[in-house]
Design a binder for this molecule. Structure first.
Ligand code: ADP
Length: 159
């Protein structure tokens, strides 16, 4: 069984995330989309909401499983028998950061990181930008799934 993890905050899931997860699902037998819920990294959405939105967004992929995790990614990999991590690169600045983390994870536990290049259509897209645009009532309908767009609208309705 060729299994990999696509880790992230997914706060909230965007079309860029789905693109990477979908492409990984074509390459591997099983993809675990793992939602990092470290307390120090408080998000706009609760861990439960992020997991639920990601589950709905990936429901068409039978070999994608969504899980929540806390702590070190390499421990999650060991516990779930996952030999590889998929991360995506949107820009050179992503690479600078990701290279260090990948080397650290290999050093810590021998877990490999495999990089996929972001689809150019989504290389400008991040959860933080989506939140910023949505907070000003901007149109994010081409950037996130309809249920995520609705969740953002609800979240910012009271602000
Ligand atoms: P993190 O805070 O760990 O970077 P994110 O939720 O921002 O978590 O991202 C999770 C993964 O999805 C990362 O590998 C990131 O590079 C990738 N990703 C984020 N946005 C995009 C995008 N627009 N296109 C492709 N991959 C993306």
């Amino acid at each position: 069984m060729r299994r990999v993890v696509c880790p992230g905050s997914f706060d909230p899931v965007t079309n860029g995330h789905i693109d990477i997860i979908g492409r990984a699902a074509r390459q591997y037998d099983e993809v675990i989309a793992a939602v990092l819920t470290n307390i120090s990294k408080r998000g706009l959405f609760s861990p439960e909401d992020r997991v639920a939105m990601l589950r709905e967004a990936t429901e068409d992929y039978p070999n994608v499983r969504v899980q929540q995790f806390d702590g070190l990614l390499v421990d999650f990999c060991r516990e779930n028998d996952i030999p590889g991590i998929i991360r995506s690169l949107r820009s050179v600045s992503d690479f600078d950061y990701e290279l260090q983390i990948a080397q650290m994870n290999y050093q810590l536990a021998g877990v490999e990181t495999l990089f996929m290049t972001a689809n150019p259509q989504y290389s400008f897209l991040s959860s933080s930008l989506v939140k910023e645009v949505a907070s000003y009532n901007g149109d994010v309908s081409t950037l996130v799934a309809p249920h995520v767009e609705q969740a953002l609208r609800d979240r910012f309705a009271g602000d």
